[in-house]
Design a protein around this ligand. Structure first.
Ligand code: SF4
Length: 560
């Protein structure tokens, strides 16, 4: 009878475990395949082994032979589980490898395609990988996908993305390069290689927009602002042999926006990126969003976004809007109908987004966001002292109590990625430790602490430059330092070394394995979702790695 009971229980546990393992592995296949995440199939096994072993031992009867016999059934269960999961993983791997091989083959064949050939390049910072160290924190260059979509059909287009493949010379008729500030020197070096061979280069993106004069020294043409409105003219001028040096893109309407050609993105990305709005009225002192995308919050029609989402094969989505919720009643209604639309269409996505602290103020928004698959929200909290927030022009944060908003977000089952800044003019070692304590004691599930970075085009940059406080001004070479990881100006209240020591002390506490374990358990408890807790843990590990290692993972064969 005991034997029968044991066998029945093992059968039940095994069935449950296999179902859970297969279910979670398939649901999280992007993370398993693309980021090497093993938790979706290891965790169910742990949940099986522990209870079934304990139950079996209870029935063992106290003899060695009894123990051995009792453990036979769970042992067989483990073997069954391993066999099933090996099959599932092998099937997924075979499909994924085929996808990669087909993509790599297409990339290699680009140079041999009939012209005109457009090569779009997304360079990486050649010196530091910073936050883009793992698959978890790399995101497809959406802007290049949009330009590809706007390129007429008689062109062949390739996107060379240094997040995954180091640049090596690839023949083309026209080259387009985008770059964040920290990758600008690398972009210029690559541009020089093409121009040396007589191949024209067009540069665009946030850095070239904020430094058009500088970019023009390294490119044949520069596109400033949002490129959609002028890209067809750039290509037409090129084909007519009359490429102009400067094209001002300004800010485009987001109705009937082109759908990015995602098939040109490297399939190794864990997240697909989608944009539903642009612009931000908040105009924070350190932020380049308002200078680039304008103060007006422009929104795409919900129906168009839903159509785009439905066509994306990946489950994991990052809404790259600077604020998915926007400001005011109408914007909130739009976000609500987007979330409801995702649920009604059964899109079955897991997603994260960026928002302001008002995301935590509307229970209906939180409920619908969670229902549609929201796992995590990035909030630019920056500081905790209202006066410090006011100096950054972060007045919404200064007016809003953090704790109730963060708690409400957690209660809805969503993790909070809290972004904080060290290095403001009111930071002292004590003030930085107060921020650290706040992060530890409050529902901040994922911790991002970066150095206040005076990005070009912002008021902060102009002020630091005007006050003669910038520490590294050999531009463009020094732009590689502008990756949010380093103090780039003389701090107001302390020396740079003192600032660095205080920052290091805080980061050691924040990113210790112990803190991350506590945060993981707290996220699981507060959100009630193991999947959400794993998302948060994965993100914390990215920040930990970026904080404690500054690897040179990209070879820089080129010099400026
Ligand atoms: S930091 Fe956020 S809220 Fe402030 S201007 Fe930039 S996008 Fe807007």
């Amino acid at each position: 009878m005991t034997e029968l009971l044991l066998a029945a229980m093992t059968l039940f546990f095994t069935g449950m475990t296999v179902w859970n393992g297969v279910h979670h592995t398939l649901r999280n296949r992007d993370a398993v395949l693309r980021d090497g995440n093993v938790s979706p199939f290891v965790i169910p096994l742990l949940f099986f082994v522990v209870p079934s072993a304990v139950t079996s031992l209870l029935f063992a009867g106290g003899t060695v032979a009894g123990y051995l016999r009792a453990l036979t059934a769970p042992g067989a269960g483990v073997l069954v589980y391993l066999a099933v999961m090996t099959g599932v993983l092998a099937a997924l791997q075979i499909r994924y490898r085929r996808e990669l091989a087909a993509f790599d083959h297409r990339q290699k064949g680009f140079s041999a395609l009939p012209g005109p050939r457009l090569l779009l390049i997304n360079p990486r910072n050649g010196e530091r990988s910073g936050l883009t160290e793992t698959g978890h924190s790399k995101f497809p260059p959406l802007g290049l996908g949009i330009l590809a979509a706007l390129t007429p059909g008689h062109w062949s287009v390739r996107i060379l993305d240094e997040n995954w493949e180091s640049w090596e010379f690839t023949d083309a008729d026209l080259v387009g390069i985008t770059a964040f500030t920290a990758a600008a020197p690398r972009a210029y070096a690559i541009a020089a290689e093409y121009r040396k061979r007589g191949i024209p280069v067009v540069m665009g993106g946030i850095h070239a927009s904020m430094n058009a004069e500088e970019a023009l020294r390294y490119a044949d043409a520069v596109v400033t602002g949002e490129g959609e409105s002028v890209w067809p003219a750039v290509l037409a001028d090129f084909e007519a042999g009359s490429l102009q040096p400067l094209y001002k893109g300004g800010q485009s309407s987001l109705e009937n926006a082109p759908v990015p050609r995602r098939e040109l993105f490297n399939p190794r990305y864990m997240f697909a990126t989608v944009q539903t709005s642009r612009g931000c009225p908040m105009d924070c002192d350190f932020c380049s969003v308002t200078p680039f995308n304008g103060k007006k919050y422009r929104q795409r029609p919900v129906g168009e976004v839903l159509e785009e989402l439905a066509a994306i094969p990946q489950r994991n989505i990052f809404f790259i809007d600077d604020n998915i919720l926007g400001y005011g009643k109408a914007a909130e209604e739009r976000a609500l109908s987007l979330f409801q639309g995702m649920t009604e269409r059964k899109l079955d996505k897991s997603w994260f987004c960026q928002a302001s602290i008002n995301f935590g103020g509307n229970p209906e928004v939180l409920k619908q966001a969670r229902k549609s698959g929201c796992r995590m929200v990035f909030l630019g909290l920056e500081a905790i002292d209202p006066d410090e927030l006011k100096t950054m022009n972060k007045s919404l944060n200064a007016r809003t109590g953090y704790r109730p908003a963060l708690t409400a977000i957690n209660r809805a089952g969503i993790a909070v990625l809290g972004a904080f800044i060290f290095g403001t003019d009111s930071d002292t070692p004590e003030a930085m430790m107060r921020k650290t304590r706040f992060i530890l004691d409050n529902p901040v599930d994922v911790i991002q602490v970066t150095a206040l970075t005076p990005l070009p085009g912002t008021r902060l940059f102009e002020r630091m430059k005007g006050e003669g406080r910038l520490l590294h001004t050999v531009f463009p070479a020094d732009w590689v330092r502008y990756d949010m990881g380093e103090m780039l100006f003389h701090p107001a209240l302390l020396g740079k070394d003192e600032y660095n020591r205080a920052g290091d002390r805080c980061r050691k506490i924040l990113y210790s394995r112990w803190t991350l374990l506590i945060k993981f358990l707290a996220t699981w408890r507060r959100t009630g979702s193991l999947e959400t807790a794993f998302w948060a843990l994965g993100s914390n590990q990215v920040y930990r790695r970026a904080t404690f290692t500054v690897p040179r993972s990209v070879k820089v064969p080129l010099a400026l």
